[in-house]
Design a protein around this ligand. Structure first.
Ligand code: RUB
Length: 306
């Protein structure tokens, strides 16, 4: 039987599972399988197994606070429980995971409902990379009968924009596909920019696919509204206490396979968009200013600060 944690972590690292939400879901589901199959003889051993799995997932992609918040919450349910019976504790993991997944689904639904109201008839929307939260919003708008057009950036180096473009075509939306460097060329015909998030810091800055901050600067210069579409649990509480969000740097081979040996290739997966360039964060609590993110988090998810 394959190890669910190792197999899933490898799939996440290789980008076979892509996007913060899908990464978190895959890790939670693997924890459920781990708990169901556990043969740990004691609570102490079970907790050791869970902690090791958690750390494997944290290392699989370092810029994923949604996954970290989820796994910390789920494992803490066992840590805090008086129960000693391992089978019963495994049941607690199962229950906490299902609850987290259903709340995540509910959040995405609310985000789509709220965000779809911002889509006007005949508008042109620019997206970068592939965010399931952004495409969920666009699907909802389309199902409500809104007519709009999408411009997808290809999103170098691994072309996640192709996934977005295919989803939009399947939806029956007129879809344009451009190279990342053509963003300024088209920005004047764009009504709205929608991007996802991997992480939100305590200062309201947003970390998303490399190139997002350039799109935001270009939108700002052209006075085009730039919105981040994200579940609040992508907030990273460690940034509140001084930590910087770690930016994953990926293999140079993603950029150039047979590059000259002495060439230094840098390949950061994400960049930081300053809050000043973000019109609003479309989240499950409504459209909120990035400046108020910490207050919103304290109100809605106080447990992340524990
Ligand atoms: C994906 C990316 C997405 C966010 C949000 O990067 O930057 O915009 O993860 O996605 P990668 P979602 O392809 O490197 O994972 O809204 O689905 O959580």
């Amino acid at each position: 039987m394959s190890d669910p944690v190792q197999t899933t972590a490898k799939r996440i690292t290789r980008l076979e599972v892509q996007g913060a939400r899908n990464v978190a879901i895959a890790a939670i589901e693997a924890m459920e399988i781990l708990a169901a199959r556990t043969e740990a003889p004691s609570k102490k051993d079970f907790l050791r197994e869970l902690t090791k799995a958690k750390e494997t997932f944290f290392a699989s992609r370092p810029t994923e606070p949604l996954m970290r918040n989820a796994l910390r919450l789920i494992v803490s349910r066992v840590e805090k429980n008086e129960e000693k019976n391992v089978k019963k504790l495994a049941g607690i993991i199962d229950q906490a995971s299902s609850q987290f997944l259903s709340e995540l689904k509910e959040s995405s639904k609310k985000i789509a409902e709220i965000g779809a109201r911002r889509i006007r008839h005949d508008s042109v929307i620019l997206t970068h990379c592939h965010s399931s939260t952004v495409t969920g919003l666009l699907k909802r708008a389309k199902h409500e009968g809104k007519m709009f057009e999408v411009i997808c950036t290809e999103t170098r180096p691994v072309f996640q924009g192709q996934t977005t473009a295919k989803e939009m075509l399947e939806l029956g939306v007129k879809t344009n596909f451009i190279v990342d460097s053509a963003v300024r060329f088209y920005m004047n015909v764009v009504d709205l920019v929608l991007v996802g998030a991997d992480a939100i810091t305590s200062e309201g800055n947003v970390i998303n696919k490399i190139g997002t901050s350039t799109v935001a600067l270009v939108a700002h210069e052209a006075r085009t509204p730039f919105y981040v579409v994200s579940e609040l649990l992508k907030f990273d509480p460690a940034t509140m206490y001084g930590d910087y969000e770690k930016i994953e740097e990926r293999s140079p081979h993603e950029i150039w396979k047979d590059a000259p040996k002495e060439l230094v290739i840098r390949n950061p997966a994400f960049d930081v968009t300053r809050r000043d360039f973000i019109h609003g964060i479309i989240c499950e609590e409504g459209i909120v200013s990035p400046h108020s993110i910490t207050e919103v988090m304290h109100r809605k998810y106080p447990w992340v600060f524990e």
